[in-house]
Design a protein around this ligand. Structure first.
Ligand code: MLC
Length: 506
């Protein structure tokens, strides 16, 4: 059960059909398959073997996809990286994953050149940065690529296919190891649930460095034989125009994307006769957005629920009449969920508790963090950290109501406050901080921080602290608002009362 082998078999079936339209070029299923083989040659020539980690730090484009598929073909693990990460973050991901190879482009490399020189075992190769070549011979340092197909698919089943870094509860990000079994089982379950076929045309506007864009959307489309129209970045007006012009049938977004599409709806008013399905995930879709979208477009968004560690867990049904606002639907094929009390006891249907997950979708664990891995499992169940209940009147339909762990979801990105607090507290004028989320119309939630300075009369202001934080954290993790306080509110036990902070500043 190797994902790349399964996708290569699909490529043979769909042959010369258009698989991806990107930046003015069309790539057939066979083009992508051939490129995956060529890039696999390149990786083998670089000495990459089964189990090695290959980090991809590239703008959204075809090269990202080719290298990812090539990795899977030869049993290596993809470590997808957000090009907007800071040098500090990238250096950490490269060293924590023990990557043997970094595939990047000169401009992005410039910011990490110095820090990664110390990593003696890390090789680097450069693409031309345009994101659309199908020939690895254009990669700088590639040398002459051998002609024979090197794909031997040595990995599969419970072998790691990707390491996806998630924000860390205790400060540093954790690398979630996703296996071939996770990816294949989830891909098949989603295809079934969403009635996904070769007749579909998917508009792809999400980043490729996360599960939503790469795994759910791209793997799914390559397997189903659908054509993907890929944009390098989300732009609401271009998206609305493309939905009509390209007769798109399938669209995936986070709530922020749907919110922005509605903002431009009146002026663009696309003809959506071809459209079949709008899907939302990665962050809670508010009832208000769900209703407003239906009112304006005539389409009920299908909301599904997932997380990097468990891929996709539940989905609303395909039948629009059965999609309920606020509900994330039912477990996917092969996935089990149960609701547990904080004491670890299964609660009665209808009662709120933590959602626990089991199935082929659940990840292997955190890379090199056995303790953290053990902490998130309980008797074989993954503790999701999400609070919810199952409706006994509706076949145990799942509703999510909150989180048991402190987590901020901003525009589909997960941010644990601790990571932001650690960055802020690196500043020598800062005594302590408390990071919390406040509601935001566009991003759903925004990152905010209460800051106590070491000396009250310090000249440090919000702007300077924001610039400082930027050295350590990528933009979406940086606080959108900073509040300076004399002290942080604490309860009798000395614990910081974030709920009070939320009330004070919302
Ligand atoms: C961008 N910015 C954000 C942000 N995205 N700030 C807070 N939250 C966000 N989500 C900031 C940038 O730092 C930058 O700030 C400014 O906004 C403009 O950046 P941009 O790159 O032009 O952003 P924009 O195009 O506006 O992006 C918005 C977005 C994007 C919604 C399109 O955030 C996005 O693609 N989100 C999807 C994330 C995703 O794929 N998540 C899936 C995780 S997998 P400055 O100061 O630098 O100018 C997962 C599992 C599952 O969760 O179930 O799916």
């Amino acid at each position: 059960m190797n994902l790349a082998k399964i996708l290569s078999e699909s490529a043979v079936v769909f042959g010369e059909k258009a698989a991806v339209l990107f930046s003015g070029r069309t790539y057939s299923f066979l083009d992508i398959d051939r490129s995956a083989a060529q890039y696999a040659c390149l990786l083998k020539q670089k000495g990459i073997e089964k189990g090695d980690r290959v980090a991809i730090l590239l703008p959204k484009g075809m090269e990202f996809l080719f290298i990812h598929l090539a990795n899977l073909c030869i049993g290596a693990m993809t470590v997808p990286l957000n090009p907007a990460y800071t040098a500090d973050e990238i250096t950490y991901f490269l060293s924590d994953s023990g990557a043997s190879l970094l595939v990047t482009e000169q401009e992005l490399f410039a910011k990490i050149d110095m820090p990664i020189r110390k990593m003696k075992n890390l090789q680097t190769i450069f693409t031309n940065g345009k994101g659309q070549d199908s020939s690895p011979s254009l990669i700088s340092g590639a040398g002459k690529i051998k002609a024979e197909d090197p794909r031997d698919y040595p990995a599969g089943g419970d072998d790691g296919a990707m390491i996806c870094y998630t924000s860390g509860t205790t400060g540093r990000s954790k690398g979630a190891v996703i296996t071939h079994r996770n990816l294949v089982s989830n891909m098949k379950a989603l295809q079934e649930t969403w009635g996904w076929t070769e007749a579909d045309r998917l508009l792809h506007v999400l980043p490729l460095f996360h599960v939503h864009g790469l795994v759910v959307a791209m793997h799914g489309a390559l397997h189903a034989g659908s054509t993907v129209v890929m944009h390098e970045k989300f732009d609401p007006v271009r998206t609305l125009k493309t939905l009509e012009q390209e007769k798109i049938t399938l669209f995936m977004g986070v709530p922020t994307i749907y919110h922005r599409l509605l903002h431009h709806w009146e002026t663009e008013r696309p003809d959506l006769r071809a459209m079949r399905l709008f899907i939302s995930g990665s962050a809670p879709l508010s009832d208000h957005l769900f209703m407003e979208f239906e009112e304006k477009t005539g389409f009920r968004i299908l909301e599904r629920y997932g997380m990097t560690e468990a891929q996709m867990i539940t989905s609303n049904p395909l039948n629009p009449d059965r999609r309920a606002p606020g509900s994330v639907g039912y477990p996917l094929l092969g996935v089990s969920i149960k609701i547990f009390s904080p004491e670890g006891k299964a609660v009665k249907a209808g009662e709120v508790g933590e959602v626990w997950v089991k199935g082929d979708n659940v990840f292997k664990g955190y890379w090199n963090m056995p303790q953290k891995t053990a902490e998130c499992f309980q008797e074989g169940w993954l503790q999701s950290g999400d609070l919810g209940y199952q409706d006994p009147e509706d076949d145990l339909r799942l509703y999510l109501v909150g989180r048991s762990k402190e987590l901020i979801i901003s525009g589909g990105y997960n941010i644990y406050p601790k990571e932001v607090e650690s960055a802020l507290e690196k500043h020598r004028a800062v005594n302590e901080t408390a990071v919390f989320g406040l509601p935001d119309e566009d991003f759903g939630e925004k990152v905010c921080a209460a800051v106590v300075l070491k000396q009250e009369n310090s000249s440090l202001d919000a702007e300077e602290l924001a610039v400082f934080t930027r050295k350590y954290l990528t933009g979406y993790k940086c606080p959108k608002k900073l509040f300076f306080l004399k002290s942080l509110p604490r309860n009798a036990m000395g614990k910081i009362e974030k709920e009070r902070l939320r009330k004070m500043f919302s």
